[in-house]
Design a protein around this ligand. Structure first.
Ligand code: ADP
Length: 495
């Protein structure tokens, strides 16, 4: 039997796999793609120039060309956005869940209608293969709006016999690896629960967030319910430290997550932090090996490995090590690296020059530590930021390659003999976001799920996401859950 499961620790698991993210037949998506030369801030339902008067460039990481200019919001701009959100809050709460749900459905539907445009822009601005933007990021972003639209008028069923109230103004800070999808993860549940938001996208990938602002305006959402401010860490810090923000939802690095937690300690702001990861992908000897190899490839090379839940550590049972490694090497050679806009591309561009440096520094560390390296023999384009898919074999447990998040297409491979050894090694990191188990035995998959200290466990699959399934970490991978019914609790006062 071939079972595929997503197991979220908090509740049951979802057992659905050819997920239909459409929810409704998708309308024909328009061919129109428009990127403005310059994007302002979206505050109180209007596009406004930043008080700072400053703009920065967004770069296409596959060509190094400038995509457009993005406004840099300062403290005053953030304050304006928070004020706009606060002003919109009473009416937004008062209209009730049924009406709020209608707006969310409308946004979901408009994302579907403009799916092609969003996919193209996501790949131009962020470097991810168009196939992934088209088939995963954008449909899944729409799916989150659909899913939370459905909850908006059913909050009392989610929390029976309890009083639920929205928190107020939510400050939301997102990373560059899934720009539109992370915006949807954050905005949809917040709005469904009756909050207003100030969202900041990452500085290298702001364009689809600004396109979302245009779409939100077209959807007729009341002014100020969603505000989008752009900028880098300082802008994020201004949101975190703003006195009139009631909730901080952050997805990003563990380092910034820790600093955010320190800054808001004692302020009473509700928080969810979704931080780094170093997931173990564990192949037992009874696993369907070909399927597992494919899952390992997807686990680490999906989105160039810019995935917090990436399967960046592979544990192979020793009896099947030679077979798995040989098959992995053969598969690696077939991966197509290059132009993100080519629908056959498997591995696109690294998101930024800085990230490419981080990844290549880790590759050097692996070489210096003497681990066997295997890289696919791919041509690296002359322009742009690219990194060949890389394996390191027999990596020591204590090595930085096995312990630290690289956030790139680099897999650290280790072996194990027994179930206990696999669990012990897999849990031996500061992180605990996700893990994967490949086995033919359901009982083994459940035993592993119970013992692995990670928020999401995939069995015989990897990197599968669904709006119904809660997502979040243990240990230094953060706390709080997004997605599913648990994602509602993060945006409500339940008494
Ligand atoms: P990554 O390593 O993925 O770039 P970061 O944690 O640096 O992750 O960035 C994630 C998001 O957090 C981005 O939107 C970034 O601008 C923002 N950010 C960076 N530093 C801070 C900070 N000190 N306070 C709040 N937000 C920040």
């Amino acid at each position: 039997m071939n079972i595929e499961l997503i197991m979220a620790k908090e509740n049951a698991f979802s057992l659905k796999f050819d997920t239909d993210w459409q929810y409704a037949p998708a309308p024909e998506s328009s061919d129109h793609v428009e990127i403005k030369a310059r994007y302002d801030l979206f505050i109180g339902g209007k596009f406004v120039q930043p008080n700072s008067k400053k703009y920065f460039n967004s770069i296409n990481p596959a060509t190094e060309a400038i995509v457009c200019e993005i406004a840099e919001a300062n403290e005053q701009d953030v304050d304006d956005a928070v004020k706009a959100a606060r002003k919109a809050f009473p009416a937004w709460t008062k209209i009730g869940g049924k009406e709020r749900g209608k707006y969310l459905f409308r946004i979901a539907r408009l994302i579907q209608e403009r799916a092609r445009e969003f996919s193209v822009i996501e790949s131009i601005d962020g470097g991810k293969p168009i196939r992934e933007s088209r088939d995963i990021d954008i449909p899944l972003a729409a799916a989150h709006f659909f899913y939370y639209a459905g909850w908006a008028d059913k909050l009392e069923y989610a929390f029976p016999n309890r009083k639920v109230e929205p928190l107020g103004v939510a400050g939301q800070i997102i990373p560059w690896n899934f720009p539109l999808l992370m915006a949807a993860w954050k905005i949809a549940p917040a709005l469904a629960c009756g909050n207003c938001v100030v969202l900041k996208p990452a500085e290298t990938t702001s364009v689809t967030a600004m396109k979302l602002a245009e779409l939100i305006k077209d959807a007729g959402l009341p002014d100020g319910v969603v505000n989008i401010v752009t900028g880098a860490g300082k802008t994020g810090a201004a949101i975190v430290n703003h006195k009139d923000v009631n909730k901080i939802a952050f997805t990003g690095s563990t380092q910034v997550g820790k600093s955010i937690q320190k800054s808001i300690a004692g302020t009473g702001k509700k928080t969810t932090l979704e931080l780094g990861g170093k997931a173990a992908n564990i192949i037992f000897e009874d696993a369907p090996i070909d399927q597992a190899v494919e899952g390992v490839i997807n686990g680490i090379f999906f989105n160039q490995g810019h995935v917090c839940c990436a399967g960046s550590r592979l544990f192979v049972q020793e009896s099947v090590k030679d077979e798995v490694i040989q098959k992995l090497k053969i598969r690696l050679e077939t991966l197509i690296l290059g132009d993100p806009m080519d629908k056959n591309t498997d591995i696109g561009a690294i998101n930024s020059k800085e990230q490419l440096k981080t990844i290549t520094d880790y590759i050097k560390i692996g070489e210096q530590e003497g681990f066997e390296k295997f890289q696919a023999n791919v041509a690296i384009p002359k322009k742009g930021y690219f990194c060949a898919p890389t394996l390191f074999l027999d990596v020591a447990q204590s090595s930085r390659l096995a312990q630290e998040e690289i956030f790139g297409p680099v897999l650290a491979i280790q072996t194990f003999r027994t179930v206990d050894e696999a669990i012990e090694k897999a849990n031996n990191t500061p992180y605990g976001l996700s893990a994967g188990v490949w086995t033919d035995k359901g009982s083994k998959a459940f035993n592993m799920a119970a013992q692995l200290k990670a928020g999401v466990i995939w069995a015989n699959t990897f990197n599968k996401f669904d709006p119904t399934s809660p997502f979040g970490g243990f240990k230094e991978s953060g706390f709080g859950r997004e997605g599913g019914m648990h994602g509602l609790a993060a945006y409500l006062k339940v008494s």
